[in-house]
Design a protein around this ligand. Structure first.
Ligand code: ADP
Ligand code: ADP
Length: 231
């Protein structure tokens, strides 16, 4: 489903530039449940932003479902993302001027779904996440944990082919975190490919592959044990 070849990413800083992704090569098959780990500042979120088709300031090749992302313009990338990707952001990235219900409905608005079906999906999702009572509130009226749940609900409502999640349970109680991971497992079993960034051993235990990033380098991949030995 995903093939990265020699991905490099840097940011301009005062005098020069800082490299945050170095020669990343990675193949992810449809149906995998991958965990990206590593210390703070290692480049995990940067990698996720590339995978999410949000970032275009990188070098190298990115093939998504056999399509060359490195040759696409912004509009083509956005179209591909809307069709295929759900993303849970670490800092939620909810739209402040939309209600909970409207935020959750957003991914459905990109698709040609009949109105009644769309309303049904939103109602089911609000119900599943036990946030029916919050549906008309705005993000600023919610706690961090509630915002995180809304962010997850928005990412999964359209059953994306690829689900990306940056510390998806960081603000949740342990029982809620477990419920979310059970939901991810269920989606994965139904065919959704999942890539999560996390420090949580519980979250990692739900995946079937761990990738470790340090200083922008991929230093470990449990699917390719030889990688760690070289670095
Ligand atoms: P992680 O997710 O592993 O904590 P990040 O990908 O967020 O790491 O960041 C990797 C490095 O890139 C860090 O040193 C961070 O400060 C830097 N960085 C991330 N985004 C930017 C940006 N927009 N401008 C400058 N530096 C950035
Ligand atoms: P996320 O939920 O994607 O992790 P954050 O709230 O951690 O978002 O970061 C918000 C934005 O700030 C991201 O786009 C990230 O690239 C950027 N950022 C992170 N570190 C730095 C940095 N050192 N300098 C400038 N921007 C940064």
């Amino acid at each position: 489903m995903i093939e990265l070849k020699n991905i490099e990413r840097s940011y301009k800083t005062g005098a020069g530039q800082t490299w945050v992704l170095r020669r990343i090569g990675l193949t992810i098959q449809e149906g995998e449940f991958v965990t990206i780990m590593g210390p703070s500042g290692a480049g995990k979120s940067s990698l996720l932003n590339v995978l999410a088709l949000l970032d275009d300031q990188w070098l190298g090749e990115y093939w998504f479902k056999d399509q060359p992302v490195h040759k696409m313009n912004r509009k083509q990338r956005a179209e591909l993302a809307k069709k295929n990707v759900g993303m849970v952001f670490q800092s939620y990235h909810l739209l402040d001027d939309l209600t909970v219900q409207e935020n959750i409905d957003l991914p459905l608005s990109y698709k040609d779904i009949p109105r009644a079906e769309r309303q049904g999906l939103v109602a089911d999702t609000l119900d599943h996440f036990q946030i029916v009572g919050k549906k008309d509130l705005y993000p600023s009226q919610l706690s961090g944990g509630q915002q995180q749940l809304v962010g997850i609900a928005r990412a999964v409502i359209h059953k994306p082919a690829l689900l990306l999640a940056d510390e998806p349970t960081g603000n949740l109680h342990s029982t809620q975190a477990k419920e979310i991971m059970e939901l991810f497992r269920e989606l994965n079993q139904q065919g959704t490919t999942i890539i999560q960034v996390t420090h949580s051993e519980l979250n990692a235990s739900y995946g079937n592959r761990i990738i470790e990033v340090r200083d922008g380098w991929m230093v470990k991949d449990t699917a390719h044990p030889e990688l760690g030995a070289e670095v």
